[in-house]
Design a protein around this ligand. Sequence first.
Ligand code: KIV
Length: 265
Amino acid sequence: MKAITLTQLQQMKQNGEKIAMLTAYDASFAALEHQAGVDVLLVGDSLGMVVQGHRSTVPVRTTDMAYHTRCVRQGAADAFLLVDMPFMANCQLTDTVKNAKRLMQAGANMVKLEGSHWLTEHIQLLLQAGVPSCAHIGLTPQSVNQLGGYKVQGRDKNNADTLIASAQALEQAGAALLLIECVPSPLAKRITQQLSIPVIGIGAGADCDGQVLVMHDALGLNHHSAPKFVENFLAGQSSILDAFSAYVKAVKASTFPTAQHSYTE
Ligand code: KIV
């Protein structure tokens, strides 16, 4: 597989080609995902739940993220790696710089920060340092204790307006990608149309520029009950490589997600 660059991701948005992203945490699965044509491998802090067995992503440390980034990079030398800044790794500007440096030096191509408009300063600073960033808005799992659970966001007008304003501010600050989680599809569609950077959705409907799933969910390996936006791509396939290829094919052909995977207003 050829290496993907940030410029190519931007071109994919312009050309209307959907971006397929999947989480990866180790070398073996990363190699298969890259072979299957997954455009972006996300070393997600969801590893706290699916690898480490925690009930949330809060216990994950930058040290864990750097370790898994190195593992993934070993398996997929040419892949585009997006890596999560974990819980509290980007609260202070000085922490943002220090922790992004660790993740970039471990093999990341871009870092992802959960939050809203307050991330703008952090994104500007990273941009000045030559570090591309992805802003993650909507349901931000690191804030689960504040949100009171893993709930759909942006259902009421105030919250929807705040998400739209945040998305615009984050693009203006220099974010290279936006990830939007668990919002009604019409809201995600509006944001995707308004922004010129690629918007990747999870539980955000079919109109985003790309899709992401947690790898374990895409393989039907969820320990807890699966959210409605999840699809088991291993069902009916004879190998994990085939399951990853089926995921990429479905995202590219816009056959995933469907209305049954999406939330309404
Ligand atoms: O950590 C992660 O896997 C994520 C996805 C839920 C998008 O951020």
